[in-house]
Design a protein around this ligand. Structure first.
Ligand code: FAD
Length: 305
């Protein structure tokens, strides 16, 4: 299975596949399970439906590693437009989650910071603006920019990955800033000198880091996983520790584990769904396939009609 995972993650960088695969009808049919559509309107429709079920919504426009400043600025403009539309249309104050390389990080810190600040400033003060975490070579710079932003704006959160050995230390360093931390397992192909190669270790570290965050005053932990075994363990832990139901949040990706999303919301937990939309979905879709190789059979079924 790890061979298939590696092949899918390698495929996400393949230029030929990036250009040709998204045009194939069976690939487009397959991605629609995870992506409500390519436009803001599609994301809004999905958001309204989720809110009907008391699920809060986070939105992200898929994209990464922009190569021109004007493209990065256009992404910033797009998010400003999104925020203005969504705050009129969605009742439960949606949040936004963005990759820094989408805002021009590869082109320079100043450009990225400028785009980032104008977006955070447009976010209502009570809602969190989220910074995604990308592959390991971006972790230092992402955390540096996060810390700079957090000193200026209280309502900014960052994603950390339990597959990285360094994450426990990162949590300890961020803690004095009273951060909102979205913990994920990690979606990129990483070498064994930076990340746990075995899934069981990644899962156990997720639980360990959750406990660390719950014990650390000031951190708002967001558990971003579809792993129902882990979720049950975390629920039990919060009860043992006397953490109230609004002391943490659970967040899912659109289209994955829908019944669990609803169940948590019905039980009174803060349960959220990250809805992705946009045209540049191919590398993102390959990461979704790599997370669950059974998804490849789902794609094949779409090929066979
Ligand atoms: C809200 C949110 C934000 C995220 N942000 C980031 C980020 O900024 N940076 C980053 O590196 N990663 C991010 N991720 C992805 C994350 O790192 C994992 O790759 C992904 O969540 C799969 O791991 P898991 O915790 O669900 O556990 P797993 O053990 O991989 O999965 C548990 C179970 O969930 C189901 N499942 C998981 N993934 C899929 C899938 N793709 N299709 C169908 N079923 C699936 C399966 O039933 C599986 O058995 C995010 C994930 C979420 C939920």
């Amino acid at each position: 299975m790890s061979v298939l995972r590696d092949a899918l993650l390698a495929g996400s960088h393949n230029q030929f596949l990036r250009e040709t695969a998204p045009k194939l009808p069976f690939v487009r049919r397959s991605v629609s399970r995870f992506l409500p559509g390519e436009e803001i309107e599609d994301a809004m429709r999905a958001g309204v439906e989720l809110e009907r079920n008391n699920l809060r919504v986070l939105l992200t426009r898929i994209g990464e590693n922009v190569t021109e400043a004007k493209e990065a600025n256009a992404v910033g403009d797009h998010y400003l437009q999104l925020m203005s539309v969504m705050h009129q249309r969605l009742r439960l104050r949606p949040e936004v989650s963005v990759k820094l390389t989408q805002l021009g990080l590869d082109l320079g810190i100043a450009l990225c910071m400028e785009n980032l600040c104008r977006l955070i400033e447009a976010m209502p003060a009570d809602d969190i603006f989220w910074i995604d975490m990308e592959s390991s070579e971006y972790v230092d710079v992402t955390l540096e920019l996060y810390q700079r932003c957090k000193r200026r704006y209280p309502n900014v959160g960052v994603c950390l990955q339990s597959y990285l050995y360094r994450t426990e230390k990162d949590i300890a360093e961020l803690a004095p800033l009273k951060p909102a931390i979205r913990l994920v397992k990690g979606a990129y192909k990483e070498p064994a000198d930076v990340a746990y190669p075995k899934k069981a270790d990644v899962d156990e570290n997720f639980f360990h880091l959750t406990r660390t965050m719950l014990r650390t005053p000031g951190i708002f932990p967001v558990m971003a996983t579809h792993d129902t075994v882990l979720i049950e363990r975390i629920k039990k832990l919060t009860v043992e520790m006397g953490i109230p139901k609004d002391g943490l949040s659970y967040t899912f990706l659109y289209g994955i584990k829908k019944a669990e999303q609803l169940r948590l919301a019905q039980e009174g937990w803060d349960s959220r769904v990250l809805v992705s939309y946009g045209k540049a979905w191919f590398p993102w879709f390959m990461r979704r396939l790599a997370e669950r190789p059974a998804n490849v059979w789902f794609v094949m079924r779409n090929l066979l009609g």
